[in-house]
Design a protein around this ligand. Structure first.
Ligand SMILES: Cc1cc2nc3c(=O)[nH]c(=O)nc-3n(C[C@H](O)[C@H](O)[C@H](O)COP(=O)(O)O)c2cc1C
Length: 220
């Protein structure tokens, strides 16, 4: 390893360690160039080439929604309504499905918290809400591709000193006609993932995880 690559390696390790989920943001608005550099990082993430096949238009799109925009108000209402629909459907399913009841308790608690709050964290609570769309393919691996994209954006945000929050309920909006029409994509044809970004309102410690030895088995 040359001194130069040793330095790059140390920088990468530091960024990986400092990547955290920020859920509180200051009112300061990051410059558009920072958001563009997040998108650049997302574009360079891997994608499932054989699942996408050949498409005439590009298979990954980015939508930038500013906190106080008309689009944000409209999308926030739609996402909140979707959470309510999801919670109602889940409650109904859990009423006579013990296994689902046991499995989904933490998730339904989170949905209940969101309903009580009256808004979805990350949608309108940070200067920017970004939606990434990936064209659906076969086999259906677009959520995996989207998360590779998210991780690149997340690491880039960390390097830039921005806070980053995944807004995973965005994925539930893929079949929502109004949401898709607002973004200008054909309903049902695209998968979504979302995130919120802005300057973090609090400093978090680097991430804490078990040691490599605790979770690794070297097979003979
Ligand atoms: C697939 C996935 C979905 C997530 N969805 C959300 C979300 O909707 N809202 C949120 O605040 N955090 C979300 N997170 C962040 C996790 O809660 C977070 O990564 C985890 O608690 C570890 O904390 P850290 O990111 O600070 O290391 C998500 C993370 C992943 C990997």
């Amino acid at each position: 390893m040359t001194p130069e690559t040793g330095n790059e390696n140390a920088v990468l390790d530091r960024i990986i360690g400092e990547r955290r989920t920020h859920r509180k943001f200051t009112a300061a608005i990051p410059p558009d160039e920072m958001i563009e550099s997040l998108i650049h990082a997302g574009l360079h993430a891997p994608f499932a080439a054989s699942a996408i096949g050949s498409t005439s238009d590009y298979f990954r799109k980015f939508f930038v929604i500013r906190r106080d925009s008309k689009t944000m108000s409209a999308l926030a209402l739609l996402v909140f309504a979707e959470v309510n629909t999801l919670a109602a459907a889940l409650e109904k399913g859990m009423a006579h499905d013990v296994a689902l009841r046991e499995q989904a308790t933490a998730f339904t608690d989170r949905l209940a918290m969101i309903r009580k709050l009256g808004r979805v964290p990350g949608v309108g609570t940070a200067p920017f809400y970004l939606v990434v769309a990936e064209k659906k393919g076969f086999p259906p691996v677009e959520q995996q591709s989207l998360f590779a994209c998210m991780e690149n954006m997340w690491l880039k945000a960390t390097a830039l000193g921005l806070g980053f929050q995944v807004v995973s309920v965005t994925a539930q909006m893929a079949d929502n006609e109004q949401f898709c029409r607002l973004l200008g994509v054909e309903p049902g044809k695209w998968a979504f993932m979302g995130c919120a970004t802005g300057y973090p309102a609090e400093q978090l410690s680097p991430s804490i995880r078990p040691s490599v030895g605790e979770v690794t088995t070297w097979m003979g």
